[in-house]
Design a protein around this ligand. Structure first.
Ligand SMILES: CC(C)(COP(=O)(O)OP(=O)(O)OC[C@H]1O[C@@H](n2cnc3c(N)ncnc32)[C@H](O)[C@@H]1OP(=O)(O)O)[C@@H](O)C(=O)NCCC(=O)NCCS
Length: 161
């Protein structure tokens, strides 16, 4: 499903100065947006790191995707990640995943973890393609737009070779 084979992306680190941009991108990606303050709090957590992805060499190099993760104690959790709808299917999230995993490795991560909604096949496929495996299920962890319970799938990837 690689829409534009030649497209390449650039990943950069972000800090709390970017929390308004994170809130804006998050709102474009999810039905329930997280506020700027929520991102400020998340970015202030020990071990938190934030990444932005842009099209490489594009005239408009505004970020099109984001990721927030937290590393510590040998574990790294991916907290949130998204690519704006009109830029999907071209490899931006795959590029972000490689950057998160590389950063986690620099932070002495042995194991990466995340939770993903059972009704989100695109994200589950993304994580599987980045070598994450399902290891658990949290029943009714999320609510969908109609208020119905949606399970979370817990996925894991070891960084130990
Ligand atoms: C999930 C999401 C981040 C994928 O972003 P993307 O830039 O379109 O993903 P990529 O183009 O890098 O795709 C990488 C891989 O993910 C999988 N994938 C991505 N979108 C997919 C889709 N719609 N259907 C099936 N697989 C998909 C494929 O395995 C793909 O590899 P391939 O292109 O070699 O087949 C994007 O759809 C999104 O932001 N969704 C809303 C927010 C969200 O759900 N975030 C994750 C929450 S846990």
């Amino acid at each position: 499903m690689n829409g534009a084979g030649a497209m390449s992306f650039r990943v950069s680190s972000a800090d709390r100065a970017f929390c308004a941009l994170f809130a804006k991108l998050h709102a474009l990606c999810f039905t329930k947006g997280w506020s700027e303050d929520a991102f400020a709090d998340l970015m202030a957590m020990p071990g938190a790191f934030a990444l932005l992805v842009s099209q490489d060499g594009a005239e408009n190099s505004a970020p099109i995707g984001f990721a927030l993760a937290r590393a510590g104690g040998g574990e790294c959790e991916i907290i949130t990640l998204g690519v704006v709808p009109e830029q999907r299917g071209a490899g931006a999230a795959a590029t972000l995943m490689r950057a998160i995993i590389a950063r986690a490795g620099e932070l002495d991560t042995e194991e990466m973890l995340l939770e993903v909604a059972d009704d989100n096949p695109a994200a589950i496929a993304l994580y599987k393609s980045a070598a994450f495996e399902p290891v658990g299920r949290r029943k009714d962890y999320y609510r969908d737009a109609d208020g119905a319970g949606v399970d979370a799938i817990v996925m894991r990837r070891s960084l130990l070779s």
